[in-house]
Design a protein around this ligand. Structure first.
Ligand code: PGA
Length: 254
């Protein structure tokens, strides 16, 4: 057993998948399965299914959130969505800095930092993703990249704000490949990230902050990952699209 007061968070990132009907059906099916689990369960549907998913999740333990947002309140930003709009649709958290946003849509640490600040100011819980590419890993730059992403994406937020943020370590080379990072490596990196939080925001904050692992998490790997001292949950893409697989991940300790 690991000794921590942190309640793990298991989150589904549906990316560009699911119609409104599919999302609602999933959420309604999930609720009775998770009534007594010792973890928090988060689901990030696509924008179109956000409101109906939030309605389906009302008064249940399922927490609904967005997959991204813009840092502006409103304006001429075709295709973008604001923190207020996410909240209006029923979102309680927002994934920021996902590697697909960083690499496919050229999002910079500075842009992500502005989004984190905006989300905090609107009481939307940021779930900030960080992670190195295959090339950065091969060049042994993992720690340098993670430090830079953390420092530049979080900026000068307070320890109280930092405690509300969920960090997700997602090695880009493991996402969607079917092969997660090795647990031993994951623990080293998570410990490194917690040390960075400790140095900047203090020991109390570092003890409280949730650090998830993400990247090809499947039912067969999750127990070993969740037992690592510095892993406080998982962020799941592909395997979160199927209710049975996601449910097995949530019930990893059974
Ligand atoms: P994956 O995606 O579980 O399909 O690897 C994880 C993520 O991108 O958040």
């Amino acid at each position: 057993m690991k000794s921590t007061n942190r309640t793990p968070v298991i989150a589904a990132n549906w990316k560009m998948h699911k119609t409104i009907e599919e999302a609602v059906c999933f959420v309604k099916g999930l609720i009775p399965l998770i009534l007594n689990v010792p973890v928090k369960v988060y689901v990030a549907p696509p924008y179109t299914a956000l409101h109906s998913s939030a309605v389906a999740a009302r008064n249940s333990p399922v927490v609904i959130g967005g997959q991204n947002m813009n840092d502006e309140n409103e304006g001429a930003f075709t295709g973008e969505i604001s923190a207020n709009m996410l909240k209006d649709a029923g979102a309680e958290f927002v994934i920021l800095g996902h590697s697909e946003r960083r690499h496919l849509f050229n999002e910079t640490n500075d842009f992500i930092r502005r989004k984190v600040k905006k989300a905090l100011s609107k009481k939307l819980q940021p779930l900030l993703c960080i992670g190195e590419t295959k090339q950065e890993r091969e060049e042994e730059k993992t720690e340098q990249i993670l430090k830079q992403q953390l420092e530049e994406s979080l900026g000068d937020i307070s320890p109280e704000e930092m405690e509300t943020i969920i960090l997700a370590y997602e090695p880009v080379w493991a996402i969607g490949t079917g092969s997660p990072a090795l647990p031993k490596e994951v623990q080293v990196i998570h410990h490194f990230c917690r040390q960075l939080v400790r140095q900047k925001w203090g020991a109390d904050t570092a003890e409280k902050v949730i650090i998830q692992y993400g990247g090809s998490v499947h039912p067969q790997d999750v127990k070993e990952l969740m037992e690592l001292p510095d892993v406080d949950g998982v962020l799941v893409g592909g395997a979160s699209l199927t209710l049975d697989l996601f449910n097995q991940i949530i019930h990893y300790s059974r």
